[in-house]
Design a protein around this ligand. Structure first.
Ligand code: ZN
Length: 344
């Protein structure tokens, strides 16, 4: 089989690898689509993020869909030929977090396409992967495999929404309208938010926000465009900060109402400069959010019957042989929200 292997920043090779064999409890999945995530972009363009670095060649990719091609011994829960979204998260199941149902915090997590541990765990930008049968989640017939590959990022966003208080009747702001911002918007609407607005520093994502029904969409690269939203110490009940930019964090502190909530979805730089006192005096709840647990299966279900229609966020699909072009295109925020690689 062919695999997309990242050796170093901007050094990506298409290599031959043996097709893996499913062991007991495993399935072999023929990959059809792989979405390019922000973390893949960091590996590709910078060799990693924070302290996480690529130290040896790694197959990136963890937003995957495909068809079950072969069953390992003892697998009866799924049939050959089933269309699936692949859950890239494999927790140990026995650590103190796993036993409490918080496997996203597993202390022995094996996450596909991640250089967080050494040796690195290969991802799914290749023609075949072997995963546990439980990681292959069947997709309904209405949605295609392209949409199914959005299950992982949607799961991240459903989990982010679960970190906020009940959104019904609430006024919500999403800062940063890339794929995660856009899917958080859709997840917040599904959770019953009354009105959702968006900010970004590029115009195309804001046009998408309006198309999706945003109450307002501000390009915050211009100064003071949101002056009105700072009125009475802030106008939003909940802000989902999806950009990881210190400027957006400062904005979030300013426009969140007293007793409101900021859910920080994007990873921030190690040190950020902001006046945090308004967060204290306005009694703002600041919540982190990381990965997902059961939200993966929920994401597949919501995509399957198009309760959440992810099609508007898919910008373009490239054959995997053109992965370099796909990574370059994905960086252009005037054109790209979610970019996919096609393997079959
Ligand atoms: Zn664990």
């Amino acid at each position: 089989m062919k695999a997309v292997v990242l050796h170093a920043p901007h050094n990506l090779m298409i290599e031959d690898r043996p097709i893996p064999m499913p062991g007991e409890g495993d399935v072999l999945v023929r990959i059809h689509r792989g979405g390019i995530c922000g973390s893949d972009m960091h590996y590709y363009h910078h060799g990693g993020f924070g302290t996480v670095r690529i130290k040896s060649p790694m197959v990136p990719g963890h937003e995957l869909s495909g068809i079950v091609e072969r069953l390992g011994a003892g697998v009866s829960s799924i049939a050959v030929g089933t269309a699936v979204a692949v859950n890239p998260s494999l927790a140990c199941g026995t650590c103190s977090f796993c036993v409490k149902g918080m496997s996203r915090h597993c202390s022995d997590m094996r996450f596909m396409g991640s250089a967080m541990r050494t040796p690195h765990i290969d991802g799914g930008f290749r023609e075949y992967v072997v995963v546990r049968a439980t990681q292959a989640v069947p997709v309904g017939e209405m949605a295609g495999l392209e949409e199914a590959a959005c299950a992982e990022p949607l799961a991240v966003c459903l989990h982010a929404v679960s970190q906020a208080p009940d959104l019904r009747g609430k006024r919500v702001l999403v800062t940063g309208f890339g794929p995660i911002g856009a899917l958080t918007f859709l997840a917040a609407r599904h959770a019953g938010a009354d009105a959702i607005s968006a900010t970004d520093i590029a115009d195309m994502p804001l046009e998408l926000a309006k198309k999706l029904g945003a109450e307002a969409a501000w390009n915050v690269s211009a100064a003071d465009v949101m002056e009105e939203e700072f009125r009475d110490r802030g106008q939003f009940d909940v802000v989902f900060e999806c950009s990881g930019s210190p400027a957006a964090m400062r904005l979030a502190i300013g426009v969140t109402k007293p007793s409101g909530t900021i859910v920080q979805v994007g990873l921030l730089p190690d040190e950020i400069k902001a006046a945090f006192n308004p967060m204290i005096t306005k009694e703002i709840t600041f919540r982190g959010t990381f990965r997902f647990d059961s939200e993966f299966d929920l994401a597949v279900q919501l995509i399957s019957d198009r309760t959440i229609d992810v099609r508007p966020i898919i910008s373009r699909t490239f054959p995997f042989e053109r992965a370099d072009d796909a990574f370059a295109f994905a960086r252009d925020r005037q054109q790209a929200i979610k970019v996919m690689l096609e393997f079959a």
